[in-house]
Design a protein around this ligand. Sequence first.
Ligand SMILES: Cc1cc2nc3c(=O)[nH]c(=O)nc-3n(C[C@H](O)[C@H](O)[C@H](O)COP(=O)(O)O)c2cc1C
Length: 214
Amino acid sequence: MRRIRKWWRKGWAAAQGLSEAECADDPFVQFERWFAEAQRCGLDYPEAMTLATATPAGQPAARMVLCKGFDRQGFRFFTNYDSRKGQELAANARVALLFYWEPYERQVRIEGSVERLTAEESYAYFCSRPRGSRLGAWASAQSAPLGSRAELEATVKVYAEKFKGQDIPLPPFWGGYRCIPESFEFWQGRLDRLHDRLCFTQTGTGWQRIRRAP
Ligand SMILES: Cc1cc2nc3c(=O)[nH]c(=O)nc-3n(C[C@H](O)[C@H](O)[C@H](O)COP(=O)(O)O)c2cc1C
């Protein structure tokens, strides 16, 4: 049944395609439409996205993060500022984001740059996380070499004891970023590899849209 639903969705999206008439003139509106459909189709993490960074020397790196909200200001995600990605973003704020929603055969590429969220914004999100995740944020020096799993678990216990019976503060090395998009690409898989690709680039006054060959 699940498989039939999936095939139906794929077939429907591929047959419909993404025409210029159907696509919104504003990429944020188009993203909202596709994201809402992805949320409805039963994916565990429709908000999962690949975040690509690059060192100033041009070495790229990519990893998954969760998009914890988006609006016209950009796409927000949270992490450890001292992690590998955090260090790379401090040296080079240029990024690419990638969403892939397999049940609809849809991909969205976003390019732009990041800025840090304020400590207030980060704290608001931090407080919404389960206590265990908040302790984990304190205990994990994300991306640093770690001797053993036991070491990590012992560090969690140290922080659990330290913050026992009180609110867990925001770690000074943890928080959010906002990716401010400069370009979007909406890719709709279609039959015979004749996919639709509608691409938006920011101009001084709005967004310019073109179609690219698949
Ligand atoms: C589905 C998924 C979602 C993830 N979400 C996050 C996230 O929101 N923030 C984060 O720091 N790491 C997240 N991770 C872990 C990262 O992919 C990565 O391992 C970690 O951030 C360290 O990356 P870095 O060493 O390049 O900084 C996620 C991993 C997966 C598979």
